[in-house]
Write a protein that binds this ligand. Structure first.
Ligand code: SAM
Length: 262
């Protein structure tokens, strides 16, 4: 498979560091019966060791040249192929097709990582866990605590549904070609439904988006179309605060309050 030339448009940076690959596989801890899908198998750096431990593995890959290479190694006409190849865009893939519970893994194309994360989040109730390689800066934003510069819309919109943990730093030299940025492995585990405090997800998402739309401004300003001075008082939230000062629970409290009032 080494003749393949990496394509920038598909965010192709292939893992070559065997130690990092082993660390990732250990972190994923695949069990033979797992129902797992890998996003963007590429030249198989993670796919091959995963297949050693799993009975079956689904992969979703967009690059036709790579799909041809995979099909050559794992003929799909055989009824019992261990690797099940889904050709297409992971952003449009219906993960419900793969059954439940599902584990998702992948060294993601960095150019579409945020939309991919939001797409996966819509399947949270069918997912056991997810392990991803992402740009380190994105992982820092995912796990950020309130009142830090990294805390923003991505943190809040993922933290209300997932427990997230940064597991591993991965330097650029671990890839070919080497990306310009540092990378990291993150684990995402959906919170049980009973722990999700948000009642109206659409309203919650709209409030978070509006508040962080102008993150330097006070909430009195950014949320003026949602909350009056008395509402801030009722909620016990300081209107002089900015979006970054609100915890995920605070955002949930605002959304639930407005949902009840409506
Ligand atoms: N897993 C391999 C590895 O670790 O070496 C490749 C990782 S590379 C960073 C990203 C992979 O995702 C590539 O194989 C690329 O073709 C694929 N890809 C890019 N955009 C995609 C999309 N929208 N849907 C599915 N796969 C995509």
């Amino acid at each position: 498979m080494s003749a393949h030339k990496a394509k920038k448009k598909f965010g192709q940076n292939f893992l070559v560091d065997e130690r990092i690959i082993a660390d990732i596989i250990n972190a994923i801890h695949p069990e033979p019966e797992d129902n797992m899908v890998e996003i963007g198998p590429g030249l198989g750096a993670l796919t091959r060791p995963l297949l050693k431990r799993l009975n079956h593995l689904h992969v979703v890959e967009i690059d036709r040249d790579i799909i041809a290479l995979l099909e050559n190694d794992y003929p799909q006409d055989k009824e019992n192929s261990k690797l099940i190849i889904h050709a297409g865009d992971a952003l449009e893939f219906d993960f419900a097709r793969l059954g439940t519970p599902l584990r998702i893994v992948g060294n993601l194309p960095y150019n579409i990582s945020s939309p991919l994360l939001f797409h996966f989040a819509t399947y949270a109730d069918r997912i056991t866990d997810m392990h991803f390689m992402l740009q380190n800066e994105v992982v820092e934003r995912m796990v950020a605590a309130p009142s830090t510069p990294e805390y923003g819309r991505l943190s809040v919109m993922l933290q209300y549904r997932f427990h997230m943990e940064k597991l591993l730093d991965v330097p650029p030299e671990s890839f070919r070609p080497a990306p310009k940025v540092d990378s990291a492995i993150v684990r995402m585990v959906p919170l049980p439904a009973s722990e999700i405090a948000v009642r109206n997800e659409k309203l919650f998402a709209a409030i978070v988006r509006t508040a962080f739309g102008q993150r330097r401004k006070t909430l009195r300003n950014t949320l003026r179309s949602y909350l009056e001075e008395t509402n801030f008082e009722m909620l016990g939230i300081n209107p002089q605060f900015r979006a970054e000062n609100l915890s995920v629970a605070d955002f949930a409290k605002v959304a639930n309050y407005l949902d009840e009032k409506a």
